[in-house]
Design a protein. Structure first.
Length: 326
């Protein structure tokens, strides 16, 4: 983002002018090409159509470049980066997302350091092999696995956290990679361009009215529901809630259970109020973030396979997005 005029509202930044704001990029020895969208977007306007465009650009230019840096607004960065982690299978080059909390034109902007570091990580090699071979978010002092990340601060320069997975690298005077955590895909590179957005998100809260669930049940083309439950997966023992979820599952709607807590896991066998979900056939989301659960659900629903196979894929760790022991 940048200011529309000094002291004015923030508007999307035209990346074609990036060199004007970051002349330091001229000092890099790497060849950098820019592929901006015709019209800059506020990240709140980003949607699966845009995800497909970004993924397609990377796919189409994959043989030409050693790595890719995606400049993205922070508000929905975790959603986009998570989605691309599933859309780009067998990725053996870095795709690094970054952005800033302060507009690029501000003197104290964090955008300069974030971008330069992201480019350095995208170019980093060991024995002529890219160090990072996955989608990641470079922000502040850390490199985070994209599908483990959530935005937690609208103010701080450390805007993103990975609550259930430690950073892939710590960024200081040196970039300290945790080599043992980095993915090394063996499958061929493939673009999964299709996404199925016929899903809904339901966050439970004390006193929730039945009409909220009824509205979701009445979505005729619904194919997936992500529910944010309490703690390790508990729900109120309301007959209308249990019966409503059962009715959805009987319609072959996949229901995925994730926690409202930032840290921790779903365990549908721990409490009685969670066991009923297990008995219904609700899928445990383990320790996935909301952003990843939504992106993964859209990806899985687009695959031409059986309902049971789709549920099995949700339980797997396809791109390092969840702990497979859960």
């Amino acid at each position: 983002m940048t200011e529309q005029f000094p002291g004015g509202p923030l508007v999307p930044f035209d990346f074609q002018n990036i060199i004007d704001h970051l002349p330091e990029l001229k000092r890099l020895t790497n060849t950098i090409d820019i592929a901006p969208f015709p019209e800059p977007l506020d990240s709140s306007d980003v949607n699966p159509v845009i995800w497909k465009k970004i993924a397609t650009i990377i796919h189409d230019h994959y043989p030409t470049y050693d790595g890719f840096v995606v400049l993205h607004g922070t508000d929905t960065m975790a959603y986009t980066a998570s989605a691309l982690s599933f859309m780009l299978e067998g990725l053996q080059k870095p795709v690094i997302f970054t952005g800033s909390q302060l507009p690029i034109g501000k003197i104290r902007t964090d955008g300069k350091e974030n971008l330069i570091t992201a480019i350095e990580i995208a170019c980093a090699e060991k024995n002529n092999d890219p160090i990072v071979q996955e989608v990641a978010i470079c922000f502040g002092a850390h490199l985070l696995r994209a599908n483990r990340t959530t935005k937690f601060s609208a103010e701080g320069f450390e805007a993103f956290q990975s609550p259930n997975f430690i950073p892939l690298a710590d960024i200081g005077v040196h970039i300290q990679f945790r080599q043992e955590l980095l993915l090394r895909p063996s499958s061929p590179f493939k673009l999964w361009a299709d996404l199925n957005s016929n899903i809904a998100l339901l966050k439970l809260y004390p006193g929730m009215n039945q009409s909220v669930l009824d509205a979701i049940i009445n979505i005729t083309d619904l194919q997936g529901l992500v529910i944010e439950t309490f703690g390790s997966g508990t729900i109120p023992q309301q007959d209308w809630l249990i019966d409503g979820l059962k009715a959805l599952i009987e319609r072959d709607v996949i229901v995925l259970n994730i926690s409202q807590c930032s840290q921790g896991i779903i365990d549908q066998n721990l409490y009685r109020n969670a066991q009923r979900l297990f008995n219904l056939g609700v899928v445990s989301g383990g320790d996935m973030t909301t952003e990843t659960a939504i992106a993964k659900m859209m990806h899985i629903l687009s695959i031409n396979t059986s309902i049971e196979s789709k549920k099995s894929l949700l339980l797997e760790s396809m791109r390092g997005e969840r702990n497979i022991e859960l």
